[in-house]
Design a protein around this ligand. Structure first.
Ligand SMILES: Cc1cc2nc3c(=O)[nH]c(=O)nc-3n(C[C@H](O)[C@H](O)[C@H](O)COP(=O)(O)O)c2cc1C
Length: 214
């Protein structure tokens, strides 16, 4: 099959590409509005980038009327957000938090997550999440305008909280213990378990050994 994206509707593009670009990690993003209401919502258009400083990016998509989601509105007002890592055990409630609740409604209370204070930013962390990244906005970049256009939010990670119970013997997060959830296409999700993982050493080709980005 060959598809020219300009011949497809936005919904068709989304349906075609989301089963291809997988598994997508999920940023469960908590924010506060300028009037103090807190909000939390999942975003699988999400990635990390460069390490110095450490950046993350995610992409809220405007609704069918071209209106910004509450997460983006809040971030534009305050310049701060927290990314809460989503585990398999959290998936159903995280999915529930994606319902289009009216602006100002506190999704923490509705879906039953607990707020924990952050150190460097105002938005609370999700206490049920084993790891939380406190972020400050670096740049907000709209791509297009009107219904269903995306806006990239690039943030800098200021503080990482990781529950000690999810650390391996080397002091780093143990991915299998975290059991992180991810989005695929359609209504499909996935999660990372020990038997779905494999390891490869990076080739060195004369470079000093050790980890290089990605
Ligand atoms: C797992 C998952 C991933 C999602 N990823 C995105 C995304 O990357 N971008 C987006 O605009 N909406 C995404 N959504 C939908 C939003 O979570 C949903 O529109 C939500 O109501 C936005 O909340 P807000 O208005 O409080 O910001 C996703 C939903 C789920 C369940």
């Amino acid at each position: 099959m060959l598809a020219r994206l300009c011949d497809l509707s936005p919904q068709e593009r989304h349906s075609l590409l989301t089963p291809l670009i997988t598994p997508r990690p999920i940023a469960f993003v908590s924010t506060v509005g300028s009037k103090g209401s807190s909000n939390v919502a999942p975003f699988s258009f999400f990635a990390m980038g460069g390490q110095s400083p450490q950046s993350v990016a995610f992409c809220p998509v405007a609704d069918r009327n071209g209106n910004a989601k509450d997460t983006l509105r809040n971030i534009k007002e305050t310049g701060e957000f927290v990314i809460n890592i989503v585990t398999r055990a959290m998936a159903e409630r995280v999915n529930q938090a994606s319902a289009p609740y009216p602006h100002g409604v506190d999704e923490f209370d509705i879906v039953g997550f607990t707020k924990a204070p952050s150190l460097a930013v105002k938005p609370p962390r999700v206490a049920e999440s084993p790891a939380n990244l406190e972020c400050r906005v670096f740049q907000i970049i709209p791509h297009g305008a009107g219904p269903l256009h995306g806006t990239w939010v690039i943030g800098e990670v200021l503080v990482a909280h990781i529950d000690d119970a999810y650390l391996a013997a080397d002091g780093l997060p143990d991915t299998a213990k975290l059991d992180p959830a991810a989005r695929l296409g359609r209504t499909e999700w996935s999660h990372v378990t020990a038997d779905s993982m494999f390891s490869l050493e990076r080739p060195t080709m004369g470079r000093p050994s050790g980890q290089t980005p990605g």
